[in-house]
Design a protein around this ligand. Structure first.
Ligand SMILES: Nc1ncnc2c1ncn2[C@@H]1O[C@H](COP(=O)(O)OP(=O)(O)O)[C@@H](O)[C@H]1O
Ligand SMILES: [Mg+2]
Length: 285
């Protein structure tokens, strides 16, 4: 049986219960297919991060999910109500079924332990009884996948560049082979060459491992290159959701049209080098 969704967001509302309440996510419904890259675009403040936090259950007061549901459709056929999970069940689901990489995630690495210890912790917790030798091999493989020399596994975070640390966080997010990854501006803090390299890796790994990704950025041109479908968010609402080609060539909503026009590069020739693997020079020219 092929499933048509791995994640369903249904009529979700998130409100910041501040003195003047902010309705940051308004009646959002989205589905994510297995293995799909769903881009989420929209200008700063439109609610992208609020949505990402609700999906990963990282929201905390004053943020409150006022209504709606988020369901994870597990590979084994069971449905998991993400918003209703106990803390204990949430710990079991996070990283192993659904993982996340946020902007600045590289700063979430523990400064006083090695990369090896941090990857190993996740394996000890989620893969009970796995022999040490196997855990080592998996951790080294995870680094290799994201282009980090596995010899660096004994390094402390401060011994690595920002780009390398962010790659380690991506390796961590992929370590337990989750079915869904939520990536919120995962490469925004990095320089453009490193950013492109990492994105190319993510697309390649998706092809290899088959996880689905919700990829969030304000960078619409980038999303057009890597996404299967794109959802456009405006003031908390998803105003349009369609294939990347349709968003680019037949945008329906006036805001989508405006957003496209705000990126002059889109009207010029722009290589889809992430998918085709062309070199950076060819894109820059
Ligand atoms: N802790 C908070 N308290 C009150 N309002 C917040 C808080 N965090 C974010 N917001 C508001 O929620 C809206 C959506 O923010 P956010 O989800 O961060 O947008 P984006 O990620 O698209 O830039 C904005 O109006 C922002 O000011
Ligand atoms: Mg944000």
């Amino acid at each position: 049986m092929t499933r048509d969704a791995v994640l369903t967001i249904d009529h979700l509302d998130v409100v910041y219960e501040t003195e003047r309440p902010v309705h940051a996510v308004k009646d959002v419904s989205l589905t994510l297919a297995p293995g799909e890259i769903l881009g989420l675009a929209g200008e700063s403040g439109c609610g992208k991060t609020t949505l990402a936090y609700a999906i990963t259950r990282l929201h905390k007061p004053p943020a409150k999910v006022a209504s709606g549901s988020i369901t994870f459709h597990d590979r084994d056929g069971s449905d998991i109500d993400l918003l209703g999970l106990s803390d204990e069940r949430l710990r079991a689901v996070r990283w192993s079924k659904l993982s996340m990489v946020f902007q600045g995630a590289m700063n979430a690495l523990n400064p006083v332990t090695t990369i090896r210890a941090q990857l190993d912790d996740a394996l000890v917790e989620h893969r009970r009884g796995m022999p040490k030798k196997e855990r080592r091999a998996i951790a080294e493989d995870a680094l290799r996948r994201v282009g980090v020399d596995p010899a660096r596994i004994t390094a402390y975070p401060h011994e690595l560049s920002g780009g390398m640390r962010q790659r380690v966080m991506i390796a961590m997010a992929m370590l337990l082979e989750p079915q869904v990854m939520i990536m919120d501006e995962p490469t925004t803090a990095l320089d453009v060459v490193v950013q492109r390299e990492i994105l190319r890796e993510i697309v390649r790994l998706r092809d290899e491992l088959g996880f689905a990704v919700v990829f969030i950025t304000h960078d619409l041109p980038l999303l057009l290159e890597i996404s299967d479908r794109i959802a456009i968010m405006l003031r908390g609402e998803v105003v349009e959701c369609a294939t990347a080609a349709r968003i680019q060539h037949e945008p329906q909503h006036p805001y989508t049209q405006r957003l496209l026009r705000s990126f002059p590069s889109l009207s010029g020739a722009r290589g889809d080098f992430i998918r085709t693997g062309l070199g950076f020079e060819e894109v820059a020219s």
